[in-house]
Design a protein around this ligand. Sequence first.
Ligand code: ADP
Length: 470
Amino acid sequence: MYINGEWIGEQLEQFEVINPANEEVIAMVAKGGEKEACHAVEAAYNAFETWSKLTAEKRGKLLANWFRLIETEAEELAEIMTLEQGKPFKEALNEVHYANSFISWYAEEGKRVYGEIIPSSHENKRILVQKQPVGVVAAITPWNFPAAMITRKVAPALAAGCTVVIKPAEATPLTALKLAELAERAEIPAGVINVVTGHPQEIGDAWLKDDRVRKITFTGSTKVGKHLMRSAADTVKLVSLELGGNAPFIVMEDADLTKTIEGVMASKFRNAGQTCVCTNRIYVHESMEKAFTEKLVEAIKGLKVGVGIDRTTDIGPLINLSAVEKVKSLVNDARDKGGEVLLGGDVVDIEKGFFMMPTVIANVNDEMLCMSEEVFGPVASIATFRDEDEVIRRANATPYGLAAYLFTENLSKALRLSERLEFGIVGLNDGAPSIAQAPFGGFKESGLGREGGHYGISEFLEVKYISIGI
Ligand code: ADP
């Protein structure tokens, strides 16, 4: 663990980090709990005193140092990520660059935290509005993007003047620790970034109870997000949540087939389908079904499933055995209810590792679990529709509202339908909308707040109104 600029935890109980491609133990990591969680808050709280008073320019320079070191060690970080998480090396390298883009973007954006002077209705008063960092931030992150989910939170928090305590997912602590090592080398002062590994509930509860922690920022399951939100109420912490999704991918009758297939491949199969913005259910206009399905099956046949560290692999393993079992059960449920498995549908027949075949299911209806539950695996489920109103109603019939995808070449229809979709992100003829300067976040039970862009930094700022009598 990295707390207050020191590497600690060797004497503690350890937990195993497993390579999901071969089930081997690749590292032992300290199992921290309440004590270490409190120690980290103490460090972050003390560091806040000086870090928050630095100019945004100075903080930006330190963030830029961190950015350059990550750039230099991108391949090593990507390898660590592939080993603990499973994603193909080329995707891991893309993630490192994507993760780093938040650091460079916020290193600059910190300089643009503007206040306001508002005209008063009293001649002898002036109204001044300032933005100030909220204080200590607790970031709890998932395993599917071991680097980006950290930098997307930590970069704006640090740029705003906050200090952070981070708890990475148990499956992927090594990428987080490597990022902390690079932050140390970048001379980000002790206590500004702290990484606590170990027991999720104990660490989370310690942070939730502590009134010095002013903000919880979380990416993960809706269940844990709701728990954090409830518990944050006791000390009225600010809360940002990036939770589950159930992204519809809508193909209108006038969609461009080539663009559509590119879009669905990007949004469905990235990270073997384990992203919260992954296409979860495909709605194709009935006139396009045959052509779309044929082309999709053809494209998927070209994907190479294998060990991620092999540079030619397109699809790596899922994170663990229960992930594989869950995906298989969703496929079986669809099959039992009349779905037609056109491709895949089972685990890959090799001795070790958690590999699932890329799968296509046709003839799907909304009663099948794969249309309402987050699949988090390489399964493309295809349903058909007849008209606009029907597909919008079906797309919106979910408690989730993170990403939706819409493919059409008709401009009016594109805007009309985008506005009717109850989702925080719409990929309009675009299967990969995430980018540092844009606001990422969900409607409904998909979350609260936004990450990315100027929206992302405002999540770490309090607004102070100073009323001046003159
Ligand atoms: P996933 O299904 O993606 O693993 P989780 O919500 O279980 O999603 O995990 C996301 C993050 O939340 C991980 O870092 C995990 O350790 C953490 N976590 C899980 N349970 C709790 C909890 N009770 N309190 C705090 N953090 C938790």
